[in-house]
Design a protein around this ligand. Sequence first.
Ligand SMILES: *Cc1c(COP(=O)(O)O)cnc(C)c1O
Length: 421
Amino acid sequence: MDHFLYRSGILHAEDVAIPEIAAAVGTPFYVYSTATLERHYRLFTEALDPLPHLVCFAVKSNSNVAVLKVLGDLGAGMDVVSGGEYLRAKAAGVPGGRIVFSGVGKTKAEMRLALEGGIRQFNVESEPELLALSEIAAGMGVVAPIALRVNPDVDAKTHEKIATGKSENKFGIPIAKAREVYALAARLPGIDVCAVDVHIGSQLTDLAPFEQAYLKVADLTRALRADGHDIRRLDLGGGLGIPYTRSNEAPPLPVEYGALIKRTVGDLGCEIEIEPGRLISGNAGLLVSGVIYVKAGEGRDFLILDAAMNDLVRPSMYGAHHDIVPVVEPAAGAAAQPFDVVGPVCETGDTFAKARHLPALAAGDLVAFRSAGAYGAVMASEYNTRPLVPEVLVRGDHFAVIRARPTFDEILNRDTIPEWL
Ligand SMILES: *Cc1c(COP(=O)(O)O)cnc(C)c1O
């Protein structure tokens, strides 16, 4: 459930009419609903009660500092995958003790940054990374709390670009090798072994792969404890999928996911960490765009929008589906016609949808892409020198720009011409 509904025939974000934001900000823009973000976070934390737990929002899904503050103020932790994301979490007021650092290629500079600012845990993905972290932490005279991210060799049955838990993927340490690397970790200076981490992929619409992975983690945890390691926490990753259409079958609910966690690892006495991104932010955001032209083609009509693949890359990158709805609600029974919905970028890949049935639309009308709050704005670029798409946050009847559209002066001033040219 989200808070983007038609009221008196006009799409609203909570209590704010979308055309009101469009008039103030211009199109395209992203708009996020505070109430939806809060609701989704609470679904997870309630699903894990009464187990001790921390829900660490995957910052990579939506890293706007205002969005992070909404969640951080409720007590959420953060899962970051770069020094930049770490700084965003801190800027949102999240203490280091609630920040988990994931990622396969952490640099020594990023390790130092997090150790200086405070960190809950590093999720270490390889032996060379473990050795580097030990060197940095010991050199600073501090101890780095760690989990090893294990690769359970489970097929997440999701899009190949976002499956991470098969042995052929670049992520984690093969689970069969984990005890050996834990033994190494326990001998290294500057390292405190405290957890096991697993993350098998994103947009999972079936609980079975989670179950397979978590049962393997439970077995490993028992074996590691028998080896003498004090495993106090389990980080079970993110990846629960969301409905991208209103019609298809519904993915599992957080409460079902929570029950699975309790069933598979609930008896180990560990504090549970999870790292959901998409399920918290995905359906909390829209991308709103204006129609530039309706162009009649041969056998098809093109709806040419002012949003493009640089603003929302998921359709061209993953072949992803986003529901597209008119901001003015069509009359009941209004005729729909198929459109190819495209942006202005000079690539055929700049296509949001083919033969999408929409009511009659004209230049100047507004449309909204649903489920655009995750992996939307964070993946935007300025390809074709299209200014980075702005972001707006709504709470009740308030809205505010939380990242402004850059001016062309700002964009051009980032380039410099060498003096020898
Ligand atoms: C991407 C990622 C997540 C979040 O995945 P979602 O599908 O957005 O829930 C969590 N943890 C790690 C390590 C990730 O790489």
